[in-house]
Every structure is written in C-alpha cells, then in structure tokens.
Design a protein around this ligand. Structure first.
Ligand code: NAD
Length: 439
C-alpha cells in the first residue's frame, strides 16, 4: 500500500521506516526543512537503536521517500497518518494546533478518497474535529453529494517506547484501530497484516481513550512504586525486594514497578495532564491521576532533599552526573527528570559535570553553565558526588576502582538503583539508592 506519514519525529520516522520494512511504500513529510534535507541525505534525525540501518536499507530499495509538502505525500498515498506533536498547553490541555493544521492541509491536497489516521496521542473526540476540519476545507470539486464519502478518519494510537521503538513496532502486544467505516477497518487491517498480531477494533473515541488510559495506568504503576520507595526508606524495607515480591503475582506483573526519580519524557507527563483535563471537562475529577502527578513531582524533590541532606553544603560543590536522557537508549531530553534536578542544584550553587552516551547534543540546548564530558570518568573527575540519572547499560560496566580514584569524595546517589547489586559500600563509597532502607 502507498502510505503518507505527516511528522518525522520519534513516532513518525519510526512508523514510516517500519511500515516500509513490512512491505509498504511510504512517503514521510515534515515541515521542518532541515530535517527533510538531512533525511534525504540518508541521515536519521533521531537516535533509536537500529533505525539508521533500516532507514538506509529501505531508501535504497526505493520503498521510503521524504517529502517537503503534504501535497506531495498525499498525491502518492491512499492512507495518511498524522504523527505530529501534541504538546501540553499551560493549563494541561493537549495543544492540537499542529493536528488541525495538518488536517486542513490534507483536505486542501485531496484529489481522491483518503483515509486519514490519527497516530498522534490526542484527547477523545479529536477524530470528530479532524473530520469536521477536513469537511470545511475540502476543495470545491468535492462539494455535492459525494462530499462525505471522499474520506474517512480513523484512530490508530501508537504504543512504541523510545529506545526499543523498532522492536515494539514490529512485535506489538496489540494494534488498536478506531474506525467508523468498514472501508477504514479493512485498509488498516491490511496495513498491519504482515505483523500477524492481535487487532482491537473499536470506534474512534474508544481508541483515543485506550491510549490515554494505557499511559495513565503505566504512570500510576510508576508513581505507586515511587510512593512505596518513600515508605521503604522510612521503615527500613528494600523496595527491590518489595516490588520483586509483588511482581511475581501475575495479576500485578513486574514491569513499570521500578522506583526512581520519577517518570519523564514527551509522553507520560503530558498525557497524564491531558487526561486529567479531559476528565474535568467531561465532569469527572480524576483525583487518582492527580495524585499520580503529585507523587511524581514529589519523587524528584525527595531526591534533591536526599542530596542536600547527605552532601550538607551544595554551594561550590562539583557534582558529576551520569545520564541526562529521560530514559536509556534515546537522545530525547523532553521532560527528562535530569532537567529539574540539575537546574535546582545549579540554583543552589553546584557546578555540574555530565556525561550521556547519546543525549549530549540535545542536552546542550537545554542546560546552561554545565560542563559536558567525554565519558563517565570525565564526569566523575574531581566531583564531590556522582548522580546516576539515567540507567544506560554503559554505566553498568564502570570500573569502580577507577571511579573512586578520580572522585574528590566517593559519594554516589543512584537515582535509578542501577548499582543495586554492586555493594558500593564495600568498595569504599557512600551509596544512596532509592527506597533501599533507612537513609
Ligand atoms: P516529535 O516532536 O518528535 O515529532 C513531531 C514532528 O512533526 C516534528 O518533526 C515536527 O516538525 C512535525 N510537524 C509539526 N507540524 C507539522 C506540519 N504541519 N507538517 C509536517 N510536519 C509537522 O513528536 P513525537 O515524539 O514523534 O510524538 C508525536 C505524537 O506521537 C505525539 O502526539 C506523542 O504524544 C505521540 N506518541 C509519542 C511516543 C514517543 O515515544 N515519542 C509514543 C507514542 C505516541
């Protein structure tokens, strides 16, 4: 099938590359000219394991193209996915400006039947608004009795995770499609047929809610584990043993029960906010989700309090940081917990030296007055303490003896419990994890 993808960010580019890899011909479009130029030169604009190689392969096969305008992509495609950003407004609502813009441009480019699929995460009823926008902006030749038959709108939320996006796309737990017509259902089922996966068919609004509900539930699990970690620290229990004991219960499961410095990234915080707002507007106060958000903020504050308590004086101290990205295997810095934590410590007068395997280029756009180092030991050199803020695999392989040798004070605050099994105390460090007992 010929498919257009509007937006070549973390979701759009991965979706485009993967749909082409499973047999479709894909036309990716972005209004960021620089991105398209780079992609046309064969360079992946984001870091995602395996993406560069697959992208190169598919472009060489002439199954993947990059376009500057929606018109170009729409001309070649029967199905068009919208994968643009839906950031938070100040009040927590999802800002759908980009989605509306794209819907209008698709309408203006339409010359035959199109299926327009929302892949971006959007609040319930966005599908209806997209449909309305398209109807209002259709070229004049579509006026008349066939007007409403010239297109369908569908919802196909994305569940991939940055850092394992290709594997997630290729082996999904399920594909959700929200449709209002048989034709839309058949087209989407055809697209995903090569994945041989379970397809859940609903109406558009239910599909939209499934995405918000899934992300909110996962965020709830994380906040639950983080709240438990606070209790563990106070009563002398070990969060790792507690969540292990819980996770073996099939009704609970072990995933998303890792206590740490709180969730971040471009999805969970904004999707939780948007779901709270959507509930409010529908007349329901989602107090449970509000508590999830508060617990998340509190977790970062508790980590800073721990550092303040154990380090005593922050002003003038040199703090080494391992990991800046919001999670490992990505270069994405959006809403990374590292930002709040580092900015707070800088405000108190700390000097920060940091290293991240992939996110430094993006981090340079976020942080001011910070020293970026070439490796872990560079970040640790001369530091009064070391913070682990992202659990990159590379950090697991650290030589602790060497690390201790370069640090001014051997103190580690492990915000991800990465060194949980390494017994750093025996190696001569003061070690503070999250929820590991009395601190
Ligand atoms: P992103 O910011 O990385 O990418 C969005 C892209 O859309 C950008 O390249 C931007 O230039 C482009 N764009 C904006 N307006 C455009 C226009 N008018 N025409 C063409 N291109 C335009 O965002 P993302 O992380 O890929 O997220 C996209 C959507 O997918 C969001 O709604 C997000 O919530 C959802 N989502 C994200 C993830 C994730 O892990 N990042 C996972 C599932 C769902």
């Amino acid at each position: 099938m010929n498919i257009g993808i509007v937006g070549t960010g973390y979701v759009g580019l991965v979706t485009g590359v993967c749909l082409s890899a499973i047999g479709h011909t894909v036309y990716c479009v972005d209004n960021d000219r620089e991105k398209i130029k780079k992609l046309r030169r064969g360079i992946a604009t984001i870091y995602e394991p395996g993406l560069q190689e697959l992208m190169t392969k598919q472009t060489k096969k002439k199954k993947l193209f990059f376009c500057e305008t929606i018109k170009e992509a729409a001309k070649c495609s029967q199905v068009i996915f919208i994968a643009v950003g839906t950031p938070s407004k100040k009040n927590g609502d999802a800002d759908l400006t980009y989605v509306e813009n794209v819907a209008r441009q698709i309408a203006l480019s339409m010359d035959s039947y199109k299926l327009i699929v929302e892949k971006s995460t959007v609040p319930a009823e966005t599908g209806k608004r997209i449909e309305h926008t398209i109807k209002l902006n259709l070229p004049k030749k579509f006026n008349g009795r066939n007007r409403s038959l010239s297109f369908d709108v569908a919802s196909n939320p994305e569940f991939l995770r940055e850092g394992s996006a290709i594997a997630d796309f290729m082996n999904p737990d399920r594909v959700v499609i929200g449709v209002e017509s048989k034709k839309a259902e058949e087209l989407l089922k055809e697209i995903y047929k090569p994945l041989k996966t379970r397809v859940i068919v609903t109406n558009i609004t239910s599909a939209e809610i499934i995405k918000h509900a899934s992300n909110s539930f996962l965020a709830t699990k994380i906040s639950f584990a983080n709240a438990l970690s606070q209790i563990c620290d106070r009563v002398g229990a070990d969060i790792l043993k507690v969540t292990e004991g819980m996770g073996y219960d099939k009704r609970i499961g072990p995933s998303f029960l890792n206590a740490g410095i709180g969730f971040g990234g471009s999805c969970f915080p904004k999707d939780v906010d948007a779901f709270i707002r959507l509930s409010e507007k529908s007349g329901y106060e989602f107090n449970l989700l509000k508590a999830v958000r508060t617990t998340n903020e509190e977790q970062k504050a508790a980590f800073i309090r721990l550092i303040e308590d154990k380090l005593w004086i922050i002003k003038g101290k040199t703090i080494g940081v391992l990991g800046l990205a919001f999670k490992p295997n990505t270069d994405d810095m959006r809403n990374a917990p590292s930002v709040d934590i580092i900015e707070r410590l800088q405000a108190e007068g700390a000097k920060i030296k940091a290293y991240d395997p992939q996110a430094m280029e993006n981090a340079k756009k976020v942080f001011k007055g910070m020293t970026f180092c070439n490796d872990m030991y560079g970040a640790a050199k001369g530091s009064d303490c070391l913070l682990v803020l992202t659990e990159w695999d590379e950090f697991r392989k650290v030589d602790f003896k060497k690390l201790r040798g370069v640090m001014r004070q051997p103190v580690v605050f492990d915000g991800r419990n990465l060194y949980k099994n390494d017994n750093l105390v025996e190696l001569g460090f003061e070690y503070f994890g999250i929820g590991r007992g009395k601190v």
